[in-house]
Write a protein that binds this ligand. Structure first.
Ligand code: GLA
Length: 470
């Protein structure tokens, strides 16, 4: 079980008060962010990266004495947990992810080509700075395709990278629903832009990274994971409107532990199922536009809740269910964002004894609504989107019996994978340990985990800043 080490590798990130200022432009800059919310480079990771860079240079540089080691630069891009809004990001809908305190770190020094090694992944990535070809004699390891995709995308967007020696260390366990590949793409893109003294808007950068993943790693993902890794902010979740390409920081009340539990169920069919759902949504959109009864729509998220019944009439039952999930999930994302805002402001009020009870009842009513929305989201993913799994169902159902429980749902693509649990502050780790014990001991959940299953694990997520130079 990985839970203990999960907790110890997490750097402390402190809560910062909300700011009304929106996110304006993206250029990796040193020391961005106010004191207290700027992410740190853990000493152990720094030491590893320094050593790894030296080893890399010794291997690939014919005359390493000429490499000036004084200018090493460090970059960081976080993973994420999605609080609510799944399978909406490729339907022009709303999502509410939070950047977390597990990240990819990248150290680099200028070079003629791009040479990159990773602490976790095998092999050496050696590519021309524009990603067009491998440096002679080097074959590209699997993970190098993400790097190549980013270099090509930046070049195609008129932001040609310069070469660098780079070493990567990631705190994000892969395949656990915390978005390790988007963080890798964003870390590489952030470093490449900074080294070339170039910039891109946050949305263009997110598009470049998403497109890298689609074209070079063959994953037809939406834009949520890349966008939050770039635009996340400590103390906040991010309400993203994927059609309008706008994002709003939602302050997180200090009431919760947000726990991501990975069920350990590997989603062997998930990629195929994910692509199938995308296809179904595209078919539904096409049919609705052909039918015309609700007028022309650009995405399924243009359908309002009011028109939902009318909209689903001409559709086959399966497609009607998919549309129902998308439309209702968008509504839930908006409501959860409002509740979090309200809780944040309630929590900041320091009541005199007379109004304390009134305040408490408002908090309780917000928490009850939050629970309902999270659980409805889960039910919709399972019954309307058919993206559930008995083990994640079990986790969500059992969580409700644990002390400190506020609400839970499956998160990310689904078909196994992870759940996100809102628990009262200070109770999240115990709650997660208890649930993991239950799925490990229960013969039913143990036996259906499948041959690729890994040990379940959890992480109590702290919010964090998006990508930056350190
Ligand atoms: C995966 C994709 C995201 C999103 C989720 C489902 O994590 O990478 O873009 O579509 O599934 O919400």
């Amino acid at each position: 079980m990985q839970s203990r080490s999960d907790e110890t590798i997490a750097p402390a990130s402190s809560f910062s008060p909300p700011s009304q200022a929106g996110y304006t432009g993206y250029r990796a800059s040193r020391g961005r962010g106010s004191v207290g919310d700027s992410p740190q480079l853990p000493v152990e990771i720094r030491n590893y990266l320094d050593g790894a860079l030296s080893r890399l240079i010794a291997v690939v540089s014919p005359d390493r004495t000429r490499v000036d080691r004084s200018g090493v630069r460090f970059f960081r891009a976080p993973g994420r947990v999605n609080l609510i809004g799944d399978h909406t990001d490729y339907n022009g809908g709303l999502v509410l992810p939070m950047a977390i305190d597990l990240a990819v770190f990248l150290a680099c020094l200028p070079s003629r080509n791009v040479f990159l090694i990773s602490r976790r992944e095998p092999g050496l990535v050696a590519l021309a700075p524009d990603g067009s070809q491998a440096v002679s004699n080097y074959s590209l390891p699997e993970w190098g395709r993400y790097v190549q995709g980013v270099l090509v995308e930046l070049t195609e967007r008129g932001r040609p990278p310069k070469g660098f020696y780079g070493a990567i260390a990631s705190q994000i366990p892969p395949g656990r629903g915390l978005s390790s590949s988007a963080a890798l793409e964003v870390a590489v893109a952030t470093a490449a832009l900074a080294l070339a003294e170039l910039s891109l808007s946050p949305w263009e950068l997110a598009e470049a990274c998403r497109s890298a993943e689609q074209r070079y790693a063959g994953v037809a993902c939406g834009i949520m994971d890349q966008a939050i890794s770039i635009m996340g902010k400590a103390g906040h979740a991010l309400l993203i409107d994927t059609a309008r390409k706008s994002a709003e920081q939602i302050p997180m009340p200090e009431l919760f532990d947000i726990v991501a539990i990975d069920s350990g169920v590997r989603r062997s069919l998930a990629e195929a199922a994910y692509n199938a759902r995308r296809q179904e949504c595209a078919s539904a959109l096409q049919m609705l536009n052909k039918d015309g009864r609700i007028g022309k729509i650009d995405t399924l998220s243009d359908i309002t809740e009011e028109h939902l019944n009318e909209a689903t009439k001409p559709l086959p039952a399966i497609l009607a269910k998919r549309v129902r999930h998308v439309v209702t999930e968008n509504v839930r994302v908006r409501k959860v964002s409002e509740i979090l805002r309200e809780l944040y402001s309630l929590y900041r009020e320091s009541p005199d004894p007379k109004s304390a009870r009134v305040l408490q009842s408002r908090v309780d009513s917000c928490l009850a609504k939050l629970r309902e929305l999270l659980e409805d989201s889960h039910t919709s993913l399972v019954t309307q989107y058919d993206a559930g799994h008995p083990t994640t169902n079990f986790l969500v159902e059992q969580a409700a019996h644990e002390p400190g429980y506020i609400g839970a749902r499956q998160t990310g693509a689904g078909w196994g994978g992870s759940v996100v649990i809102f628990a009262k502050k200070g109770t999240g780790a115990d709650l997660a340990r208890s649930l993991i014990q239950q799925i490990t001991r229960n013969p039913q959940t143990r036996n259906i985990a499948g041959p690729d299953a890994t040990a379940p694990s959890f992480h109590v997520c702290k919010s964090s800043q998006g990508a930056s130079e350190l």
